[in-house]
Write a new protein. Structure first.
Length: 304
């Protein structure tokens, strides 16, 4: 019998059948039922004798993992592995999985939502109307615009399909992908021509050493003046200082991000042409179901 530690809150809220599936295989399951994330001390206490962990954004760094002598597998409830010391896991024989494809539809739809909200000043219109103000702002249409995707993985491909349905042209940049690997409506180009041609630039990158602050002053200076930037990846991909300067100077017309709110300073959040949501792009009932199923399957592949 293996001990499986399950920390993402959706399992306690609506994942009872997945917990029972693990238990039906003879495993002892400990579920986070606190209604909040574990503190570091609480996590250390629970993980020290766990054989497997299904994790969300828990800090699984070297110190934490070194205290988990029985750990065989980490199954990420999501696709970003920036909270996990993957290199340490590789050296110590711990399998690391992510829920590939489970949240692609939700994040792609949210990307289009943020794009359209940016083009049409939707937040400003709604805020004014709810305050009783009859304010009508001019916006821009998506049809005929060029969308530049930085990262053309599963999410990027879905965003491209939705954008094409809106009558947009789609360019993509991804050094890990070849033209034969993407649909014909995505034209792969180098980064600089993508930035200069894109009316909207959308980021779909993992956060790692090579992508941290990749969107800096140099990156932003190559974009069209007045362009829209969408980030549904991670806050650490974009330099907040460079972002603020680009918005204040008019290089960027609008920015919409779905990231951890604490990653942006108040003066940036307060800007009129900035929209932020609390890293909730994948929060749909359908994604929860698909992600729970995938994470449990990844655990069972190892501990069974």
């Amino acid at each position: 019998m293996a001990k499986v530690l399950v920390t993402p809150r959706p399992f306690h809220q609506s994942g009872d059948r997945f917990i029972k599936l693990l238990e039906s295989h003879g495993h002892a399951v400990v579920v986070n039922d606190l209604g909040r994330r574990y503190t570091r001390d609480e996590l250390a206490l629970q993980i020290h004798d766990a054989d497997a962990i299904i994790t969300g954004n828990d800090p699984l760094d070297e110190e934490m993992l070194a205290g988990a002598a029985h750990l065989k597998v980490i199954s990420k409830y999501g696709v970003g592995l920036d909270n996990i010391d993957v290199s340490w896991c590789e050296k110590n024989g711990i399998w690391v999985f992510k829920a590939l494809g489970a949240n692609s539809t939700a994040v792609a739809e949210d990307t289009i939502l943020l794009m359209l909200a940016s083009l049409r000043n939707f937040y400003q219109l709604t805020k004014a109307a709810k305050g009783g103000e009859d304010v009508r702002l001019m916006g821009r249409e998506a049809e005929g615009k060029t969308l530049g995707l930085v990262g053309v993985g599963a999410i990027g491909k879905k965003v491209a399909a939705l954008a094409c349905a809106l009558g947009m042209s789609v360019l993509g940049y991804d050094p890990m992908v070849e033209q034969k690997d993407v649909p014909s409506y995505i034209k792969l180009v180098d980064l600089d021509p993508l930035l200069s041609a894109g009316d909207i630039i959308s980021l779909h990158l993992p956060l790692n050493d090579s992508t941290c602050n990749i969107v800096d002053t140099n990156f932003l200076s190559k974009m069209q003046r007045g362009a829209v930037l969408i980030n549904t990846s991670r806050g650490g991909i974009v330099s907040p200082e460079a972002l603020y300067d680009a918005m204040a100077s008019g290089i960027l017309g609008y920015v919409a991000e779905d990231i951890e709110i604490c990653e942006r300073p108040p003066q940036l959040v307060a800007m009129g042409n900035y929209l932020i949501t609390p890293h909730a792009a994948s929060f749909t009932f359908e994604t929860d179901e698909k992600t729970m199923a995938t994470t449990v399957d990844n655990v069972l592949k190892v501990i069974d």
